[in-house]
Write a protein that binds this ligand. Structure first.
Ligand SMILES: [Cu+2]
Length: 457
C-alpha cells in the first residue's frame, strides 16, 4: 500500500534558519506516499492512549513515528495526478502523492512535530486551520514565518491542546495553491476514550475545480463558476460508499475549502452537528436536522445512529453540485417541439443531440465527450441509471458488518414488498373544468411523459 521514499536525512534539505539544533540533530522521518484512491483501512494507534481511528473517503491517514515524547510526521508538498473518477485524471498539487493530503490523526495533549518539505515549483507554507497554537507556528507566509523556499524543509512544533476536527492548507500563494488541491484534514481524538465515542468515524474535505472538458488542469483564477464539485478530489461514482453496520453510532466530519456553502443531506435519518472547527457542540445546544450546511472555510461533524438499513443517498443538496462538468448557458426547451430544429442541426452536425424538450434525463444514453471528460450525470444502481455526479455517494447500512469492515457491501437486498412499484392506471388526460378534453397529438404525449412533476397539463 505505502511506498517509501526512503530517508531524506541529509542536512542539505533542511533550512538551517527554520530548524532548531535539536531537530537538526535528528534525522527527518520518512515521508510515506499513497498511490491508491480507495479508502485505506483505519490506522490504529500502537502506543499511547487508545482511540477509534477515522477513515478518510478515498484517502488515508499519515503514519508517524515517536521521537521521545514527540509525534513526528512528514508532509511533502508536490505535484500529483489525482483520478476524480475512472475516466478522468487531473494534474493537481497535493501532499505525499495525493490531493487532498493524508489525514493527520493525533490525541488531545500530543506534542506534534510536523516536517514540511517543499517539492512544488514555488514557495509554500502550511497553516493549521482551527488548531490553537503559538503564533509563530500558524503558517501565514510573511506574517508568521518566511515562506518555505522550493526544495527546503521546515518544521512545525505545537501541542494539540484540544480534541476536535481541523484542516491544513497553504497560506502562501493561497488562491493558486488551494485551487490546485492543497488541503487535508486533522482529527484530534479526545484523551478520554469515553468522551462522545462512536463506532465509525468518516472524514472528507470538499474542494471545487474548473476544468474545461478535454483538459487536465484546473483554471486557478476562477472565482465562482466551477464545474467539478468534489469530496476529497473525487466525484460520483468515484466517491467511496460509507459502509456502516446497522445501529452503529456514526460520525461524519466534513471540511469545506470550496468557494461556496454546501448543504449536506443524508436520507432516512435525523442527526445533529456534534463538532465544528471551533470545538464540540454541547448536547444541550444541538437540534435535529436532515441537512447540515457546511460554510466556506469551516468544518461540521454530525453524529447519526444508523438504525435504518438500506442504501441511503448522501449528497450536497445544491442540485448543480451533484453533476459533473456541464454548460450553464443553455435555454430551457421543456415543452418545445424540436423536430424541425433537430432536422436542421442534423444536416450541419450529425453527432449533435438536440436535448431538453422533455427534461434532461439521459438514461442509458451518453453523448460523445472529449478525452478525460466524465459524463454530466452517470452511475447506475440495481434499478437503473442514478443520473448523478459530483458530491454524491451512498451510506450503505447493513446488519452484521465486522468492526473494521469498510468494503462496499454491494446493493441492498430489499425485503419483499418494500420497494415502490407501478400500478395500472387509466392513461387518458384528466378532464379540466374550463376546457373540453382535446385529443393530444402524438408528439405532445411524448413530451408530457418526460415532464416529471407537471401533472394535470
Ligand atoms: Cu454543494
Amino acid at each position: 500500500m505505502l511506498s517509501r521514499r526512503g530517508f531524506l536525512g541529509t542536512a542539505t534539505l533542511v533550512s538551517a534558519s527554520a530548524v532548531s539544533g535539536r531537530v537538526q540533530a535528528a534525522a527527518i522521518p520518512e515521508a510515506p506516499i499513497m498511490e491508491k484512491t480507495v479508502m485505506q483501512p483505519p490506522l490504529h494507534p500502537t502506543s499511547g492512549p487508545d482511540y477509534r481511528p477515522v477513515v478518510t473517503l478515498n484517502g488515508w491517514s499519515l503514519p508517524w513515528r515517536m521521537n521521545g515524547d514527540w509525534k513526528e510526521f512528514h508532509l511533502v508538498a508536490e505535484p500529483v495526478v489525482r483520478e476524480f473518477s475512472p475516466g478522468m485524471k487531473v494534474h493537481l498539487w497535493g501532499y505525499n502523492g495525493q490531493s487532498p493530503g493524508p489525514t493527520i490523526e493525533a490525541v488531545e495533549g500530543d506534542k506534534l512535530r510536523i516536517f514540511v518539505t517543499n517539492k512544488l515549483p514555488e514557495q509554500t507554507t502550511v497553516h493549521w486551520h482551527g488548531v490553537l497554537l503559538p503564533n509563530g507556528m500558524d503558517g501565514v507566509g510573511g506574517l508568521n514565518q518566511p515562506h518555505i523556499p522550493v526544495g527546503q524543509t521546515f518544521v512545525y512544533e505545537f501541542q494539540m491542546k484540544h480534541s476536535g476536527t481541523f484542516m491544513y492548507h497553504p497560506h502562501s500563494d493561497e488562491m493558486v495553491q488551494m485551487a490546485m488541491g492543497m488541503m487535508g484534514m486533522i482529527v484530534v481524538h479526545p484523551r478520554d476514550p469515553s468522551f462522545r465515542p462512536v463506532d465509525r468515524d468518516f472524514v472528507f474535505i470538499m474542494s471545487s475545480y474548473l476544468i474545461d472538458p478535454g483538459t487536465y488542469l484546473p483554471k486557478v483564477t476562477e472565482m465562482t463558476d466551477f464545474n467539478m464539485w468534489t469530496w476529497n478530489s473525487r466525484v460520483f461514482p468515484g466517491i467511496d460508499p460509507l459502509a456502516v453496520r446497522l445501529n452503529d453510532k456514526v460520525r461524519v466530519r466534513i471540511g469545506n475549502l470550496t468557494m461556496t456553502n454546501h448543504p449536506i443531506h443524508l436520507h432516512g435519518h435525523s442527526f445533529s452537528v456534534s463538532c465544528t472547527d471551533g470545538g464540540w457542540v454541547p448536547e444541550s445546544a444541538q437540534w435535529p436536522e436532515t441537512t447540515i450546511d457546511v460554510p466556506v472555510g469551516a468544518i461540521r461533524a454530525f453524529d447519526v445512529v444508523a438504525d435504518n438499513p438500506g442504501d441511503w443517498a448522501f449528497h450536497c443538496h445544491k442540485s448543480h453540485h451533484t453533476m459533473n462538468a456541464m454548460g450553464h448557458d443553455v435555454r430551457n426547451f421543456i415543452g418545445v417541439s424540436k423536430k424541425d430544429l433537430a432536422k436542421a442541426v442534423g444536416k450541419l452536425a450529425p453527432d449533435a443531440m438536440v436535448m431538453g424538450s422533455t427534461g434532461m434525463a439521459m438514461g442509458e444514453m451518453e453523448m460523445p465527450a472529449p478525452d478525460n471528460t466524465l459524463p454530466m450525470m452517470t452511475g447506475s444502481g440495481q434499478f437503473g441509471p442514478i443520473e448523478m455526479g459530483g458530491m454524491f455517494t451512498v451510506m450503505k447500512i447493513r446488519e452484521g458488518l465486522a468492526r473494521d469492515d469498510y468494503k462496499d457491501p454491494g446493493p441492498y437486498k430489499y425485503p419483499a414488498g418494500t420497494v415502490s412499484f407501478p400500478v395500472d392506471a387509466p392513461s387518458e388526460q384528466p378532464m379540466r373544468k374550463d376546457k373540453p378534453a382535446s385529443t393530444p397529438k402524438d408528439g405532445d404525449m411524448k413530451a408530457m411523459k418526460g415532464m416529471k412533476g407537471m401533472k394535470g397539463m
